[in-house]
Design a protein around this ligand. Structure first.
Ligand SMILES: [Zn+2]
Length: 307
């Protein structure tokens, strides 16, 4: 169990599972084994000696002292994932690990989503005798309104064309994507709506003191990362804005599923330059190893140094 202190905030990582090596090979097209081996600092935490990337599925719990906030909720147990079959019908002790970190599911005040892909909303709900019910019954499930509408349109068969013209892979016109996103809504979003727990907020919204959405579009249309600030210290939860630490060394490398690849790459290049050698603690949503670290200059470029 990894945890960090940022001012008065305590941040804990709750692991769902390491991603099986190979499942996401090819997701970042430029990250060929040879290219990955050209960034030797990625091994052993973020890549193996064969040049395959290593990934993780986990949530972050932010305890501000007055609120308990879960950022992204992984794949969940027993969910339908035809798009990535290895992530469907899982049976992981996620809630037991949450308890090990010191939190019961009833204690969670806010579930904060970076975006609504299947590996970020799964534990929104759990199976209760054949019915999907909110896992966190006392939480406000919070999403950026534009981001919610983008995914809703993909899930909603009738409304996929004009607004999503820029989509590359995660395009609702692709029947596999449409079907997956429909299942995401049915199993992981609608039960929270039915329970009256959904809050839609503007992009860049301040969630509570020291916890703010940061607009990082590119992976999805209105993707949000999360900035944490307490007592002069800062941390940043990436979501899929930085999908893998290799994109700190090579910000132009793009994920196959990105909605707008050029925008995604440009945002990352700016971010890496802006925060290199700063004290910003970067918490990666799919980073393996300790998942956290800092960006530094190295060899004419940038690298990620684990913390
Ligand atoms: Zn993801």
């Amino acid at each position: 169990m990894y945890s960090w202190t940022v001012g008065d905030f305590k941040i804990s990582r709750v692991l769902e599972m390491p991603v099986e090596i190979g499942v996401l090979d090819g997701l970042i097209e430029e990250a060929t084994p040879e290219a990955v081996q050209g960034l030797p600092w990625l091994a052993p935490d973020y890549a193996n000696s064969a040049g395959q990337l290593i990934w993780s599925l986990h949530s972050y719990v932010i305890d501000t002292g007055s609120k308990v906030i879960v950022v992204d909720t992984c794949c969940g147990n027993g969910k339908s994932a035809p798009l990535i079959p290895a992530w469907g019908n899982l049976d992981n002790p996620f809630l037991e690990r949450l308890a090990e970190a010191g939190y019961d599911r009833e204690q969670v005040d806010v579930v904060l989503g970076t975006h609504l892909h299947l590996d970020h909303v799964g534990w929104n709900t759990m199976d209760d005798g054949g019915q999907w019910v909110p896992t966190f019954p006392n939480a406000r499930y919070t999403y950026a309104e534009d981001e919610y509408n983008y995914h809703r349109a993909i899930a909603d068969e009738g409304d996929i064309s004009s607004d999503l013209a820029g989509a590359v892979v995660y395009d609702g016109a692709n029947p596999d994507i449409h079907n997956q996103q429909r299942l995401v809504f049915e199993e992981s979003i609608q039960p929270c709506i039915d329970a009256g727990l959904l809050d839609l907020v503007p992009s860049g919204h301040k969630i509570t003191d020291g916890v703010t959405y940061v607009s990082t579009p590119g992976h999805t249309k209105s993707h949000q990362s999360v900035m944490l600030e307490s007592e002069g210290q800062r941390a940043f939860i990436t979501g899929d804005f930085i999908h893998h630490p290799c994109q700190i060394g090579e910000p132009s490398w793009q994920s196959h599923g990105d909605f707008d690849r050029a925008l995604s790459a440009a945002q990352r290049a700016d971010f890496v330059k802006k925060y290199a050698d700063s004290d910003l603690l970067v918490l990666g949503t799919h980073f393996a190893g300790t998942s956290a670290g800092r960006i530094t200059h190295a060899d004419g470029g940038f690298r990620f140094v684990p913390a």
